[in-house]
Design a protein around this ligand. Structure first.
Ligand code: FCB
Length: 450
């Protein structure tokens, strides 16, 4: 005990957890909800591990009251969740489904009653299938449709919700959806991917304006990006250039348009005319000032030059001697490095860590407890890096664990467990894991022992 150190966080620091609609709600076709691209995709054979779908997921749509009680028990200051666009507008545009809005309305009230601040994400990848049928994100009309959807939600919740996030991780929609095809719509078309990325960012700007114009209280609006520091596998010039390319596609292709209204020069040099020219009327939207930048951090990336790989000519490396989780390397100092880089290069007004967490194969012990020591260690080590970044001047105002509870991890299905709360998929019972109890203590003490 004696050589332990307590890292105290600034007063009012926002401790939360995050989830997303498709990953927890279930009720995929209830109460007037239309299908999303994830419903379509997961129902096709061979797309998701084990043939899993989000049809039931954690059944949050029916168990939300219990889930809010658990959040209160953990002492959460905030809860980040996403709205299912096709639950609110089954066709993506036009007729509103009141039952869909009612669900989120009740959830927001229940959170506020318990002093838990709702952080609403408008788009966490579950595009209405009807809009995919109209061409999906490569179709520029979706920019306006997204702004219209933002308005519909803000008309209903904008009297109570302060914190709004337009998009979650446009990189993933772009690259996994349109380059690798691991996510819907399962396309492999790089030029289209660039279009998708552009329209997502543009729709973000449109939505920021729509939210500000509609909400009936002062609001805080941001966007969430998945960012990683990129290291090069060796000191060779070729590997260093590969790391720079990867940094461009992963980080700067999304940060630069939002903060500077332009694409990075080196990406333009690399991809030539594939990178859109940004007309001034679009740039105006792209750089609509945001109140905070949401950062999702899981790990660093390590790149090496690989001429056999198409487009970027690079491969990711998994360094020897590192610790790994079920999906990624575990690299806490990368969070500090990333936060300082984002702060130094882009100067966001505030930074929220909107996701950080780890997939480890948890199990229930004989006494009904889930002793997820590795998750506790992961979270402690990352929270310590956040503290260091705050000490060095980065304006980090909040931290959200991914995830409140175990859930549908996209193409990995239910194989990955990220929750502070264990979900038994046989009977949907919830068990607060040791990490959940540990996090409750972090929140109570507003800091962490390291
Ligand atoms: C992020 C996603 C989130 C979850 C975590 C593990 O990329 O935003 O939905 O899947 O990864």
């Amino acid at each position: 005990m004696s050589n332990q150190k307590f890292l105290r966080f600034p007063d009012g620091f926002i401790w939360g957890t995050a989830t997303s609609a498709y990953q927890i709600e279930g009720a995929w076709n209830e109460d007037g909800k239309g299908p999303s691209v994830w419903d379509t995709f997961s129902h096709q054979s061979g797309k998701v591990y084990g043939g899993h779908t989000g049809d039931v997921a954690a059944d949050h749509y029916h168990r939300w009251e219990e889930d809010v009680r658990i959040m209160a028990e953990l002492g959460l200051k905030a809860y980040r969740f996403s709205i299912s666009w096709p639950r609110v507008l089954s066709e993506g545009v036009g007729r509103v489904n009141p039952a869909g809005l009612d669900f989120y309305d009740r959830l927001v009230d229940a959170l506020l009653e318990r002093g838990i601040e709702p952080f609403v994400t408008l788009y966490h990848w579950d595009l209405p299938q009807a809009l995919q049928d109209r061409g999906g994100w490569p179709n520029r009309d979706l920019v306006q449709y997204f702004a219209d959807y933002a308005r519909v939600v803000a008309e209903r919740l904008g009297d109570r919700v302060t914190w709004w996030i337009t998009h979650n991780e446009p990189f993933v929609v772009t690259i996994l959806g349109y380059v690798f095809g691991d996510h819907p719509p399962g396309v492999q078309n790089f030029p289209q991917a660039i279009q998708v990325g552009y329209h997502l960012l543009l729709s973000h700007g449109y939505a920021v304006e729509a939210l500000r114009a509609t909400a009936r209280r002062p609001i805080q609006v941001g966007i969430t990006l998945n960012l990683s520091p990129v290291h090069s596998a060796t000191d060779s010039e070729a590997d260093r250039l590969a790391a720079q390319r990867m940094d461009g596609i992963l980080n700067r292709m999304f940060l630069d348009p939002i903060f500077f209204g332009r694409y990075p020069e080196d990406m333009r040099a690399l991809f030539g005319p594939l990178i859109p020219e940004i007309p001034p009327e679009d740039a105006r939207y792209l750089i609509t000032p945001i109140d905070f930048l949401g950062v999702n951090y899981y790990c660093r990336a390590v790149a090496r030059h690989d001429p056999s790989m198409p487009i970027m000519e690079l491969a990711q490396v998994h360094p020897e001697g590192s610790e790994y989780s079920q999906m990624w390397e575990i690299y806490p100092p990368g969070l500090y490095e990333l936060l300082m880089r984002v702060w130094n290069d882009y100067r966001p007004k505030a930074i929220m860590i909107t996701e950080n967490g780890v997939p480890v194969p948890d199990g229930v012990d004989f006494d009904g407890r889930v002793r997820d020591e590795r998750r506790i260690r992961y979270l402690r080590d990352h929270i310590a890096q956040v503290h260091k970044a705050i000490t060095d001047g980065a304006p980090v105002r909040g931290y959200f664990v991914w995830s409140l509870m175990d859930n549908f991890e996209w193409n990995h299905g239910y194989k990955m467990r990220f929750g502070l709360v264990y979900v038994d998929y046989d009977n949907l019972a919830r068990i607060i894991k040791d990490s959940g109890r540990w996090y409750a203590q972090v929140i109570r003490q507003n800091g962490v022992w390291v």
